[in-house]
Ligand binder design. Sequence first.
Ligand code: K1U
Ligand code: ZN
Length: 179
Amino acid sequence: MLEVICYPNPILRKVAEDVLDIDDEIKTLAREMFETMYEYIGIGLAAPQVGVSLRLVVIDLRENDELNQRVFINPVITYKSKEKERLEEGCLSLPEISASVSRPARIKVTALGLDGKEFELEAEGLLARCIQHEVDHLDGILFTDKVSLASKLSVKGGLRHLEEVYMDEMEYANKKDAK
Ligand code: K1U
Ligand code: ZN
């Protein structure tokens, strides 16, 4: 199992690098990301969330309780519908925070699979939502950056709490290193 890193860890704000070679290390990372995502009860996970600044995303919506693993390497959203949809989002890197976010209802995405082949996918509903949320992670964007001013006020307390937890963890780690 990998550890999911939380806001305000600066890795989450970096623009991730393209995957240049789909080697065994990337295949192992994708497998471990699925295991981690299931453990944390998520439907998607981007590599920066496990501290790896690479453009790799895994998604499994687990519709009808069946596994449907999708891997997106170097994904590019090539089309976004003008029509937008408002849906509640959560994020494994922002525990206990959720808010409604408006995003394009339908998208097209191209990416490489683990076999190195390029594919194109048209998506709507929860899948379109999840792909956009995960691709944002690759660009250092969090869903809280996209919420309305009113929702910003409601997530502010949660963000402040996560900042305090992070500072405490840093202080503890620094003290341990100094010993
Ligand atoms: O990237 C992540 O942090 C994973 C995140 C993805 C996501 C959730 C909701 C909307 C868009 C993207 C999660 O999986 S959080 C868990 C969650 O909210 C959820 C779990 C099961 C079904 C629906 C949502
Ligand atoms: Zn997220």
